[in-house]
Design a protein. Structure first.
Length: 367
C-alpha cells in the first residue's frame, strides 16, 4: 500500500487544527493510502526546540508525564484539557515524531512515502512558516507533493516572502489553497492559478465524524445550547446568550471557556459531540459553524472580538463560507430576530456534495 505523509502545523490546543488533520488523513485513507502525520523538526525551528522534552515523552508514549508537566505549568484543568488533545492525536492522527531533521532521515522518508501532503491550515503564513524546507517540502521532488488547502492566513505577504514563494513554488503543479486571498497571492506572485477548496472538514462524510464524537465528562443529561467562543464575549454578546437561553428554557454548555470546567476540559472528540447534539449553537468559531452545517444545527455566528472587545478582523473565512452556502442571515446583528427552526440546509448540502466531487477530480492524478 502506498503511503502519504501529512505535513501540517502541530497545534495541540486548537480544535480546528486537530480536526482538519483528521479530515485530510481520512480523505486519503478512503482512497486506499496508508497515511501518517509527520511532525518534523528543522534545527532552525526554534519553537520545536522548546518542545523537545514534551516530544520525547510523547514519542515514548508517556502521557502521564506529559500530564504532570502540563499540570505544573498551567493548572489541573489545562492539564486535563491538554490530555484530551494528546489522546485524540494518538488515537486518530497516526503521528510519527521526527525530532531531528537530518539528511539521512529525509532520504529514508523519500524512500518510504509516495507523496507528501502540504496542508491544510496556515502552513504558509509568512510569520509562521519559519521552516520553508519543511512546509514547502523542499526535501522532495515536485511530483511527490500534494497541495491540500494550504493557507497564508493573511491577504498580503511581505516582499521577501514573495521572493521565497517564487523560489519554492516555481515548479509547483496542481496548486490548491484554502482561501480566495491565497489564490490571489499565488496569481500575483507566481502568475499561476490555484484552486480554492473548502476546508477539509467539509470534504469527508458525516459518518466519519460520528465515529470520533465523544460525550464530555460532566455534561448534564437533557437538551442544551452550545456556546463556543474562541475570543472574548462582551456585554452585548452575554446579554444575547441570556436572552436566547431564557426564550428556550434550556441550559447552556460552554465549550472552550476556562471558567467552565466541564466545557473547557474537552478535546476535538468532545467538540464534535457537543455541536452535533446541541439544540442551538452560538459561536465565533469557524469549525463550530462547519459542524452546525454538517449536522443541520440551529446556529448564530458572532464576530470574533479581540481583548478590547472590538472586532478582531478574523471573520473572513466564516463570512466566505456563509456566502457560498446562502446562510449569511445567521450572522449576528444587534436587534436582529432569527427564526432558527426554519434554517434550510438543502442548498448547502448540494454545494458541499458538488465540492466533494470537484475535489476528487482535482486529486484524480494521484496514482
Amino acid at each position: 500500500m502506498k503511503k502519504i505523509g501529512i505535513i501540517t502545523i502541530p497545534d495541540y490546543n486548537n480544535y480546528g487544527n486537530r480536526l482538519q488533520n483528521y479530515a485530510v488523513k481520512r480523505f486519503f485513507e478512503n482512497k486506499g493510502y496508508d497515511v501518517v502525520t509527520l511532525e518534523m523538526n528543522d534545527p532552525k525551528f526554534e519553537k520545536y526546540k522548546a518542545r523537545k522534552f514534551k516530544l520525547r515523552l510523547k514519542k515514548n508514549n508517556m502521557l502521564g508525564f506529559v500530564f504532570l508537566f502540563e499540570m505544573v505549568k498551567g493548572g489541573i484543568h489545562k492539564a486535563k484539557r491538554d490530555l484530551r488533545f494528546e489522546k485524540f492525536t494518538k488515537k486518530y492522527l497516526n503521528v510519527r515524531y521526527i525530532p531531528e531533521y537530518t539528511k539521512k532521515q529525509i532520504e529514508n522518508l523519500n524512500k518510504e512515502f509516495s507523496y507528501f501532503s502540504l496542508g491544510s491550515d496556515q502552513i504558509w503564513h509568512p510569520y509562521v512558516n519559519t521552516t520553508p524546507n519543511l512546509y514547502f517540502a523542499s526535501f522532495t521532488e515536485e511530483d511527490k507533493k500534494i497541495y491540500f488547502s494550504p493557507s497564508f492566513g493573511v491577504e498580503k505577504i511581505p516582499n521577501d516572502y514573495a521572493e521565497l514563494l517564487k523560489e519554492r513554488l516555481k515548479n509547483a503543479k496542481h496548486l490548491t489553497v484554502r482561501e480566495v486571498a491565497g489564490a490571489k497571492i499565488i496569481k500575483e506572485v507566481l502568475g499561476k492559478e490555484a484552486q480554492v477548496l473548502f476546508d477539509p472538514t467539509l470534504l469527508i462524510e458525516k459518518k466519519e465524524w460520528d465515529l470520533i464524537a465523544k460525550r464530555p465528562k460532566g455534561m448534564e443529561k437533557g437538551k442544551y445550547i452550545a456556546s463556543c467562543f474562541l475570543g472574548p464575549k462582551n456585554e452585548e454578546y452575554c446579554e444575547k446568550i441570556k436572552e436566547i437561553n431564557k426564550e428556550n428554557g434550556i441550559s447552556v454548555f460552554n465549550l472552550a471557556d476556562p471558567k467552565m470546567k466541564n466545557g473547557y476540559i474537552t478535546g476535538p472528540s468532545e467538540f464534535v459531540y457537543t455541536i452535533k447534539n446541541a439544540e442551538i449553537v452560538l459561536t465565533d468559531s469557524f469549525h463550530a459553524v462547519v459542524f452546525c452545517i454538517l449536522y443541520h444545527k440551529q446556529f448564530i455566528v458572532f464576530s470574533r472580538l479581540n481583548d478590547k472587545g472590538e472586532p478582531a478582523g478574523l471573520d473572513s473565512r466564516i463570512d466566505d463560507l456563509l456566502r457560498k452556502l446562502h446562510l449569511t442571515e445567521y450572522k449576528y446583528e444587534r436587534n436582529k430576530k432569527w427564526d432558527l427552526e426554519k434554517i434550510d440546509f438543502n442548498f448547502a448540502d448540494e454545494v458541499i456534495e458538488k465540492e466533494k466531487d470537484r475535489v476528487n477530480k482535482i486529486f484524480a492524478y494521484l496514482k
